[in-house]
Design a protein around this ligand. Structure first.
Ligand code: SAH
Length: 346
């Protein structure tokens, strides 16, 4: 089974020509794919092309929406079923300025961060088409098409570590920003990473100026190493160097993500240490209240502790805010809904 959403326009052109069809059909085919249509909905394509594609094992859409859960604050969580039966998830958030879709990049995750549900199991990487398929499917669900897009922003913050699936993620970014395709602006795309310095440098060199978010979550290597296994491989110093490189190449302010976990990383001394660390980096700190994952046994910091931490950062000259949490009641933290769905199947 080969998914056509994995192909860019040039690759689709070679494919249709190799199947004995005219080259211009590739553009038509791409529009049908990006509209989220399935084979049976593609009535403007010649029957001969549809038959040849089917006979050669090509499919139009790599996933289907299995379930939709709406939270009180209107955040929507989607569960998607992939062709091989694996399940992934996404979150759609509605803001004043538009709709942001959070996409997954892997089935599960290898990083195994202590507070996160995704790392409880890694299955496989997603292909470019499977990442793109999430955007296409939700856009269609919202009544959108390629020409009349309903999703305005994309964040690569769902399950998985995007920089651990580098090639597929880069191809996805190139496709999603292509003027012939969905035509998203790089300004409306953010990628969140646990921090792999050489991949951050590689991303900067590609010249795709998306917003880079770093999941830092600690003010020193010792504490970071306790909650994020990746921190035992790369130091914060190495990371900051890569982030500065990214900023110099793209001129995009870095977003630092910091999940406040009770009694782990919330001490005022740690806020001061964090402020010192970030003093020279053009960045904004997003403080996030921990969304407790029962399997992990960690507790969120209370409001007073969170506000004290914030004011300590601000007082030390760091731009910072506490991120409003959305969708807690629909197991909003990454990986949580997938886990609860898998448990039902046990
Ligand atoms: N692997 C990437 C992207 C996925 S996680 C990364 O590490 O950044 C997206 C963000 O959600 C990260 O900042 C992550 O640390 C955070 N996160 C994970 N589990 C969480 C939880 N239980 N509560 C709050 N935030 C969580």
């Amino acid at each position: 089974m080969k998914t056509l959403l994995d192909f860019n326009l040039q690759e689709l052109e070679s494919l249709v020509v190799s199947l004995g069809e005219q080259k211009f059909r590739a553009k038509q085919l791409q529009q049908v794919l990006l509209d989220g249509k399935f084979e049976y909905e593609s009535n403007n394509l010649p029957k001969s092309l549809l038959e040849k594609l089917a006979n050669n094992g090509y499919i139009f859409q790599p996933l289907r929406i299995l379930k939709k859960v709406v939270s009180k604050d209107k955040t929507v969580k989607y569960l998607y079923k992939l062709e091989d039966g694996n399940i992934i998830e996404g979150v759609l958030m509605t803001y004043k300025y538009g709709k942001t879709l959070c996409v997954s990049t892997q089935v599960g995750c290898k990083m195994n961060c202590a507070f996160c549900a995704s790392g409880l199991s890694y299955v496989r990487d997603l292909s470019c088409g499977e990442i793109l398929g999430q955007v296409v499917a939700v856009n269609k669900m919202l009544g959108g098409t390629l020409k009349d897009r309903k999703i305005t922003n994309i964040v690569l913050m769902g399950s998985g570590e995007p920089l651990d699936n580098f090639d597929a993620v880069v191809k996805f970014l190139q496709e999603i920003t292509s003027p012939q395709g969905m035509n998203f602006s790089v300004r409306n795309i953010s990628l969140s990473t646990c921090g792999i310095p050489q991949k951050i440098v590689k991303l900067a060199d590609l010249g795709l100026s998306i917003t880079l978010c770093l999941s830092l979550h600690a003010s020193n290597d010792v504490v970071r190493g306790q909650i994020m296994p990746i921190a035992r491989r790369y130091t914060i110093k190495e990371l900051l160097k890569a982030l500065q490189y990214y900023y110099d190449a793209t001129n995009r302010r870095i977003i630092i993500e910091y999940v406040l976990i009770d009694c782990v990383n919330t001490h005022v001394e740690q806020a001061r240490e964090l402020a010192m660390l970030l003093q020279n980096l053009p960045c904004h700190v997003n403080l996030i209240r921990l969304n407790p994952v029962p399997e992990r046994g960690l507790k969120p910091a209370n409001e007073i502790v969170s506000k004290t931490f914030l004011s300590m950062l601000v007082r030390n000259g760091i731009s910072a805010t506490i991120r409003r949490t959305t969708g807690d009641d629909v197991t909003g933290a990454c990986g949580q809904l997938r886990i609860s769905e898998m448990k039902k199947g046990e």
